[in-house]
Design a protein around this ligand. Structure first.
Ligand code: GDP
Length: 277
């Protein structure tokens, strides 16, 4: 919300030019779109994400006129706001944290691991993984954000083979907003490294949407299981049922806190108790 606040103040000039327009066109939204692009880049959003964001907003906006008394410029604000909320809501389920936790978990079981930073859409995710990797003393393979995730995964795997490591954990991009580009990318990663496990990280707070999320990922990419995060929160954890019900795949581990040691096996009986309250 704060980010949107800053963004919209910065955009006021651009919006004001739209006032009085009867319909949004590629031409009259060009300047606001340029400003949005700049604002997002200044906010450290990565270029591919910015491009996709601007494209998506443009696609939705062009042709929009007066709808039920809401003027086109106000509608553009709404489209941008909704896209932003989507973009932000889609991050933070705990993937990057889980990747490092999993490495730590496996390390305690005597396996040597390598972490691979494949979430190039959230540049902070790469730094975050490097820091967490140092914390758990596991090597992290990184490449620049313009390298394709499938390529990064392949390079990481080769590097791990050279070092004779047992397990490679690839942190990939992932959003709740499921788009084709992202699914294709995940399929590319899958083809590139032929993973033994494909684990969908599900935030226990997700609730109802969990079913759709799991269904899509399972159909498109094919998962071997899930990791449920944030079980230390106050959600009942109904998402756990959705995972099993719609994919038939098990929940393998659960996250119960922000620390590296807060990852444990999934105990169905405990979960049943929790869901029933
Ligand atoms: P990503 O965007 O999916 O990679 O999410 P992150 O790994 O960056 O996690 C987002 C936030 O959730 C971070 O502040 C994490 O510390 C926090 N987080 C991750 N897993 C858990 C968990 O099991 N419990 C709690 N309380 N917080 C978690």
């Amino acid at each position: 919300a704060e980010m949107f606040g800053q963004l919209s103040t910065g955009l006021e000039a651009a919006w004001s030019k739209l006032r009085g327009q009867e319909v949004l066109t590629k031409d009259n939204i060009a300047e606001p779109m340029r400003d949005i692009r700049r604002a997002l880049l200044e906010a450290d959003v990565s270029l591919p994400v910015v491009r996709r964001f601007v494209q998506s907003v443009t696609d939705q906006a062009v042709g929009v006129g007066l709808i039920r008394g809401v003027k086109p410029d106000q509608q553009l604000v709404k489209i941008v706001r909704d896209e932003l909320v989507k973009l932000m809501g889609l991050q933070g389920v705990g993937k990057t944290t889980v990747s490092a936790k999993l490495a730590f978990y496996l390390k305690k079981l005597g396996k040597s691991c390598m972490l691979v930073a494949g979430d190039v859409y959230r540049p902070a995710a790469i730094d975050q993984l490097v820091i967490l990797g140092q914390q758990v003393d596991v090597p992290v393979y990184t490449a620049s954000t313009d390298v394709k995730p499938s390529e990064i995964a392949k390079q990481g795997l080769a590097e791990a083979k050279k070092k004779n490591l047992d397990v490679v954990i690839v942190d990939t991009a992932g959003r709740l907003q499921i788009d084709k580009a992202m699914m294709d990318e995940l399929k590319d990663v899958k083809r590139a490294v032929n993973p033994t496990e494909i684990l969908l990280v599900v935030d226990a707070m997700t609730g109802q949407e969990a079913a759709a999320l799991v269904t899509t990922f399972n159909l498109e990419v094919g998962i071997t299981g899930a990791i449920l995060t944030k079980l230390d929160g106050d959600s009942r954890g109904g998402a756990a049922l959705s995972v099993k019900e719609v994919s038939g795949k098990p929940i393998k581990l659960v996250g119960r806190g922000e620390r590296m040691e807060d990852l444990e096996p999934f105990y169905p009986d405990r979960m049943a108790g929790r869901i029933l309250g």
